[in-house]
Ligand binder design. Structure first.
Ligand SMILES: O=C(O)[C@H](O)CO
Length: 350
């Protein structure tokens, strides 16, 4: 399905997306405000037809050019990460807004009490993101441990030189993985790590049931320090909240083994980035592999990008065609439920 959608992109582009707003509005489908969908070349544009089955999309660009025309017609906002986050000004402007549907499970960028205070519901897309995010955690661990990017770079640029001793990786199989945050995604990471014959430790607010621990061979660490001291790879998978803000700082990094690697697939702000730079520069830990940072992407010249023992991605945990398709379908389901007067199946309440 998504392949055929993506094949439709050139056609959409040929139409020049001059497909006027008037034409789209005349379809008499509820109007939703979404970014990256109505824009030629926008990342999610090939998925626009999934949404357009039920809604008329207005892009944030179109909206900003003609706010008066659309403001009272918009009934839902589709939000991706930190883009188009509804603040008080936007909420005040949209009297008929009923729901903010977020693509992704993390809603730390949304002020839910504020949005709810306007009588507007909020939903996210749990479950459908779990596999892709868990895969990303494993990919980062393997890429860092086995120095994949070094190898790629060597193939591209250093064909004549011998590979130095520092090009040696470290084994993942049989090593100890410490998972901080054993929710759905953390548990899926544990399942995958079991296939690599890893010893698995985890730290979580709530201990998992004994049979769940046994199924993946995981040992609970009531104190995070125990996990930090024993793990070869520390994988951070918690939600960002006031309790987890800079959960991993200089103190925690200093507790890790000098041969250990920090992997973060949650949110950048869970790790104190300055402390991480310092620890990596001083060899307090071996390496870091980050899907998430602050900001995203890191600006050119950021000290993390200068370190050979760092992988820093611009937040790509769910960035696959299949998972994005599932997320968008789920966003549509949530929006339809809200606009039909019901409760979105993935409504987020605080
Ligand atoms: O929150 C999530 O599910 C991912 O980080 C995508 O934003």
């Amino acid at each position: 399905m998504f392949h055929s959608l993506c094949r439709a992109v050139p056609l959409l582009l040929r139409r020049g997306l001059k497909q006027t707003v008037v034409t789209r509005m005349s379809m008499e489908k509820p109007l939703i405000l979404a970014t990256a969908l109505g824009t030629p070349g926008g990342m999610y544009q090939c998925f626009a037809p999934v949404i357009e089955k039920h809604f008329t999309i207005i892009s944030s660009e179109e909206f900003s050019q003609n706010r008066e025309r659309f403001a009272d017609k918009i009934r839902a906002i589709f939000v991706w990460g930190g883009v188009l986050v509804p603040d008080r000004d936007l909420l005040q402007l949209l009297p008929n807004l009923e729901v903010v549907v977020n693509g992704g499970v993390g809603v730390d960028h949304l002020d839910i009490p504020l949005i709810n205070s306007f009588g507007v519901k909020v939903s996210n897309t749990p479950n459908v993101v779990d596999n892709a995010t868990a895969d990303m955690g494993m990919a980062l661990m393997l890429a860092s441990a086995r120095k994949l990017f070094y190898g790629q770079n060597y193939s591209l640029c250093h064909e004549e030189e011998d590979m130095p001793e520092s090009s040696m990786g470290t084994d993942v199989s049989g090593a100890t993985l410490g998972i901080i945050g054993m929710g759905r995604i953390g548990y899926k990471i544990a399942k995958r790590a079991q296939g690599f014959e890893m010893k698995i430790l985890y730290h979580n607010r709530n201990r998992r049931k004994e049979e769940e621990e046994r199924a993946v061979g995981a040992r609970y660490c009531a104190e995070m320090v125990e996990l930090l001291r024993e793990s070869d790879f520390v994988m951070v998978v918690v939600n960002l909240s006031p309790q987890t803000h800079k959960l991993i700082g200089a103190r925690e990094l200093a507790m890790m083994k000098p041969t250990a690697t920090l992997i973060n697939v949650s949110r950048g702000l869970v790790v104190d980035q300055d402390a991480l730079v310092d620890s990596l520069q001083r060899g307090v830990i071996r390496a870091a592999a980050l899907d998430v940072t602050y900001p995203e992407p890191l600006p050119r010249g950021h000290p993390l990008l200068a370190l050979p023992n760092v992988i820093a991605l611009p937040h790509m945990g769910t960035h696959t065609l299949e998972t994005t398709q599932l997320m968008i379908e789920r966003m549509v389901t949530n929006a339809l439920a809200a606009l039909n007067g019901g409760q979105p199946p993935d409504e987020v309440k605080v």
